[in-house]
Design a protein. Structure first.
Length: 159
């Protein structure tokens, strides 16, 4: 128990030291599946339009996810509701040949993935932006998907 508590404290400290992160939030699916009509939406504010940013979709899955890939559509809007982009993206969650899970393992059979949406992106205007995610698979219910989220971080200049 003592080592678990130490792990939690150290993890919280390391996450708090993430200087590149501007916004990160995940929407958990308590039922451990993602229904087709659930469309998590995230709002974030951009104030520095000179800075370039990376935007990622976070996906957390368990090994019980029945497919090798996941496909989702994201809707990217500005503060007026104008749709800047609608795009289908995919990610290989398990190796095609071995079936071994890809991603970073957090706890046991749970894996985290980052799907790049925008890399080195420069916002034209400051303000509030919104991204909504819709699962785009053939099944209405995606079992084994535990959470979907958005990460916005400052892009680091190439050395």
């Amino acid at each position: 128990m003592r080592s678990f508590l130490a792990f939690i404290i150290i993890s919280g400290f390391l996450l708090a030291c993430d200087e590149e992160r501007v916004f990160e939030k995940n929407s958990d699916f308590d039922s451990r599946f993602w229904l087709v009509n659930e469309q998590p939406e995230f709002e974030f504010e951009i104030s520095d339009t000179r800075q370039r940013y990376n935007l990622y979709c976070n996906v957390r899955n368990s090994v019980s996810y029945p497919y090798a890939r996941i496909f989702l559509t994201y809707y990217f809007e500005d503060s007026t509701g104008f749709q800047l982009e609608k795009k289908l993206v995919g990610k290989l969650l398990f190796d095609d040949k071995t079936g071994e899970p890809n991603g970073n393992s957090g706890l046991g059979d749970i894996y985290d993935h980052r799907i790049p949406l925008k890399i080195n992106y420069q916002f034209q205007r400051s303000g509030v932006y919104k991204i909504r995610f819709e699962q785009f698979m053939r099944a209405d219910t995606l079992s084994g998907i535990l959470a979907v989220g958005l990460r916005v971080e400052k892009a680091t200049p190439d050395p």
